[in-house]
Write a protein that binds this ligand. Structure first.
Ligand code: RFL
Ligand code: PHB
Length: 402
């Protein structure tokens, strides 16, 4: 079978779905090609914190009803630092900015429902997805599904297929530079239907390692523990998780902790990664396909959203205003914001985790720890320092696209 569209989108994660929805609203035809099933995608538990820019974009896409009803605005969060608690008052320190607590899974569910309702084409469970003639004016995507090969002719390809996708690999190695840092630990996450220990998030730096108390709603909690990269989720019974969490939470919170059976438990490795440039020919990399951040700054999904916003606006210029060269500006604009998010996530990760023995950043661990302790101390005890954290946590403004 052969078909045709203006923009072929690879991947039905939040990047692909949000881009598809925005393009459709702007009258730009698109098809989504996805390797797995919708249920598989909705089974992944990931982000929970949305920047204002993300929230505004979801509203622009017209898929905001449930987010606005069920999401919770957070005015601030806590950093507990060896037991001492500091509140980062986002609202006050940024003069009015906040973040929204609403799960990535729910956003994805809402976007999938909207796409279904609009009757847009998505090929789920596609096998052997390949991109062809990407550097030419007539790119193609092929896939194998239900016993036949499907060929999609298109003007542009949006590679929204995450870190392990094929889009980035389609760019010849000599045309891209990859920046990478892998951290010597992971996050063990647990989701449970118990009320959260606090109304706001608590990022905890302790001698036993990092912990994060987060949530999805007033009745559903999401907690994380820093664990060695070599650890396995099978090593952690629910009981062992709750016991360790109690030891890492500030005392007043630990005594309020309500525990219960886990709904989900998994380990995610921590990585900083950027692919430059984020485009080649008529292929554009969006979200995790182009960059990864450690989750400590809550920036991964939010950077994906700013990529989507940039590409969507440039494609609108191309199709609605005939500016044929507009999409060529994508990588340059997107990367400026990506590097801010990368730096902040790297900084938060350095500050709050316990690094393994030996050398860290080229210095002895004990020296590194003292530098980080002094730096965190400075930031948390000065309003100027807290402002720097708050401004970056709520997210840098989206750049104008001219
Ligand atoms: P996704 O979500 O990985 O979706 C990519 C989709 O592409 C499909 N795919 C293919 N399709 C066709 N052909 C192929 N060859 C394909 N290969 C792959 C995949 O099946 C998948 O459906 O990327 P996207 O859309 O760019 O979204 C990025 C976000 O998922 C990610 O940045 C965030 O989840 C990161 N993140 C967080 N971000 C935040 O902004 N705030 C947070 O609080 C936050 N917390 C987190 C996080 C990520 C975590 N993990 C597990 C990595 C917490 C965790 C624990
Ligand atoms: C989450 O709720 O999953 C979450 C929140 C904040 C982060 C990372 C993950 O920094």
């Amino acid at each position: 079978m052969k078909t045709k569209t203006q923009v072929a989108i690879i991947g039905s994660g939040p990047s692909g779905l949000l881009l598809g929805q925005l393009l459709n609203k702007a009258g730009i035809d698109n098809i989504i090609v996805e390797r797995v099933s919708p249920d598989y995608i909705l089974g992944r538990i990931r982000a929970g914190i949305l920047e204002q820019g993300f929230v505004d974009l979801v509203r622009e896409a017209g898929v905001n009803q449930r987010m606005d009803e069920e999401g919770h605005v957070h005015d601030g969060f806590d950093i507990a630092y060896y037991g001492k608690r500091y509140r980062i008052d986002l609202n006050k320190l940024t003069e009015g900015s906040t973040v929204m607590c609403y799960g990535q899974t729910e956003i994805t569910r809402d976007l999938m429902a909207a796409r279904d309702a609009a009757g847009l084409t998505s090929f789920y469970e596609s096998q052997d997805v390949q991109l062809h003639n990407v550097a030419s004016d007539s790119p193609q995507v092929t896939l194998f599904k239900d016993g036949e090969t499907i060929t999609i002719d298109c003007d542009y390809i949006a590679g929204c297929d995450g870190f392990h996708g094929i889009s980035r690999q389609t760019i010849p190695a000599e045309k891209r530079t990859e920046h990478e840092r892998v951290y010597p630990f992971g996050w063990l996450g647990l989701l449970a239907d118990v009320p959260p220990v606090s109304d706001e998030l608590i990022y905890c730096k302790t001698e036993r390692g990092f912990a994060l108390a987060s949530m999805r709603s007033a009745t559903r909690s999401r907690y994380y523990l820093q664990v060695p990269l070599t650890d396995k989720v099978e090593n952690w019974s629910d009981e062992a998780f709750w016991d360790e969490l109690k030891k890492r939470l500030p005392e007043d919170s630990a005594s309020n902790l309500i525990t219960g059976p886990s709904i989900e438990k998994s380990i995610a490795p921590l990585r900083s990664f950027v692919c430059e440039p984020m485009q080649w020919g008529n292929l554009y990399l969006v979200g995790d396909a182009a960059h990864i951040v450690p989750p400590t700054g809550a920036k991964g999904l939010n950077l994906a959203a700013s990529d989507v916003s940039t590409l969507y606006k440039l494609l609108q210029k191309r199709y609605a205003h005939g500016d044929l060269t507009a999409p060529q500006r994508y990588s340059e604009i997107a990367l400026r914001r990506v590097w801010h998010g990368e730096r902040f996530s790297w900084w938060m990760s350095n500050m709050l985790h316990d690094f393994e023995q030996g050398e860290v950043n080229g210095m002895h661990k004990a020296t590194f720890d003292r530098f980080m302790q002094s730096e965190l101390d400075f930031y948390l005890t000065h309003e100027e320092g807290q402002k720097v954290i708050a401004r970056q946590y709520v997210g840098m403004p989206y750049e104008e696209v001219n």
